[in-house]
Write a protein that binds this ligand. Structure first.
Ligand SMILES: Nc1nc2c(ncn2[C@@H]2O[C@H](COP(=O)(O)OP(=O)(O)OP(=O)(O)O)[C@@H](O)[C@H]2O)c(=O)[nH]1
Ligand SMILES: [Zn+2]
Length: 217
């Protein structure tokens, strides 16, 4: 029982979908403040188990800081209410070529170790009647980054959201990112990055894919 609510969090009772994710009913029942309070308490326990002094001036606010950072910043993309609206405009000027938005910042979090994934996403599409406000592409990428992720899922989710917003299959996504779980611990390889891609519609054609990749050089 916490804040007058009984919650049962069962990790197995929900399987997130690729695009319109399901949040478990127990979590849905909590508002942001309630989640922050619960996470704060659990994080305090983790710190105590690590032997840290929670009376220390510098450490005593950490459980609350971490909880707020998780809910409002790092994992805000788990809340569907934060999904950006894709503003569309008529393609009045008849632009029918490929549009590429490259070097979109990727700051995500590895779901296996909860450490950062840092890199870039490159996205392209062909307009199908409408064009999207450019910044909305960046916003959609950031939305899916703000979850515990694996890079493969992140790539597919970005592609799926763009197809849905733009009513077209003609979408390409490349993500190039460094995983701090690989760089800062474990194998300790600071030089490697991971590349993932998704091509659909016209981008499956070799010459189209080649044109897109030439823009990324
Ligand atoms: N496919 C995929 N794997 C990832 C991603 N992020 C991290 N991983 C990998 O997830 C794996 C988890 O492996 P485990 O053996 O369970 O964990 P571990 O003992 O900490 O493994 P090491 O990192 O090798 O020390 C590691 O190989 C990570 O490199 C990702 O985005 N995609
Ligand atoms: Zn990891």
């Amino acid at each position: 029982m916490q804040n007058g609510k009984t919650i049962t969090l069962n990790g197995n009772n929900h399987r997130p979908l690729l695009i319109d994710e399901l949040i478990s009913p127990a979590t849905q029942a909590l508002n942001g403040e309630e989640k922050i309070k619960l996470i704060e308490n659990h994080f305090r326990q983790i710190m105590l188990l690590l032997g840290l002094d929670l009376n220390d001036d510098s450490l005593k606010g950490t459980p609350s800081r971490v909880a707020k950072m998780y809910v409002n910043e790092m994992f805000s993309g788990l809340n569907p209410a934060t999904k950006p609206e894709a503003t569309l405009f008529e393609n009045n000027y008849g632009y029918n070529e490929m549009l590429v938005e490259k070097n979109i910042t990727v700051y995500s979090c590895c779901e296996h170790h909860f450490v950062p994934i840092i890199g870039k996403a490159h996205v392209a599409y062909y307009p199908n009647g409408k064009v999207i406000g450019q910044s909305k592409i960046n916003r959609l990428v950031h939305y899916y980054c703000k979850r515990p992720q694996v890079q493969e899922r992140l790539t597919v989710q970005i592609a799926g959201a763009l197809k849905e917003a733009l009513h077209t299959e003609d979408v390409a996504v490349v993500v190039d990112a460094a995983h701090l779980c690989v760089a800062s611990r474990g194998v300790g390889d600071v030089g490697s990055t991971t590349l993932t891609s998704h091509y659909s519609g016209r981008f499956k054609r070799e010459e189209v894919k080649k044109e897109f990749l030439s823009f990324l050089k």
